[in-house]
Design a protein around this ligand. Structure first.
Ligand SMILES: [Zn+2]
Ligand SMILES: [Zn+2]
Ligand SMILES: [Zn+2]
Length: 140
């Protein structure tokens, strides 16, 4: 799958995710790191008001990418879903659809569904699923 071409926030021409942690525009030369790129995307497309006092990583729908570990995975809201992907990493350009990633209740990051392990709590019949990284941490 090819990396989607975004719209440059400065000149509205093509804004390309380079795949190595940058997003750059060849028309006006605007280039930024992947996290800032994701923030710019939210500002432009999600209609989200970003005030300085909520300008915190935890308040934005940006998560760690399960493919490259960069904090640049954007979970798009319904308002902007029409390109066929729900999750887009601004660092490596990976994309996932809605049902391909699940949120780990332990580390609250999005991970591919097949990476989940069932955690059986002692003497409880009910298990819950955590991502493999959290599972390994718990059973170390
Ligand atoms: Zn531009
Ligand atoms: Zn990535
Ligand atoms: Zn986890």
């Amino acid at each position: 799958m090819s990396i989607p071409v975004l719209t440059c926030p400065r000149c509205s021409r093509e804004w390309q995710i380079t795949g190595d942690g940058r997003v750059c525009c060849s028309s006006c030369g605007y280039e930024t790191d992947s996290y800032t790129g994701a923030v710019e995307y939210i500002k432009m497309h999600e209609g989200l008001e970003i005030h300085n006092d909520i300008y915190a990583e935890s308040k934005l729908p940006i998560y760690e990418c399960p493919a490259c570990d960069a904090l640049a995975l954007l979970n798009r809201t319904e308002a902007s879903i029409n390109a066929g992907f729900q999750f887009l990493c601004f660092s490596c350009g990976s994309q996932w659809s809605d049902n391909e990633l699940e949120r780990c209740p332990e580390c609250i990051q999005w991970k591919p569904g097949e990476e989940f392990e069932e955690l059986i709590i002692c003497r409880s019949a009910v298990g819950f699923y955590v991502c493999r990284a959290c599972y390994e941490k718990i059973f170390k």
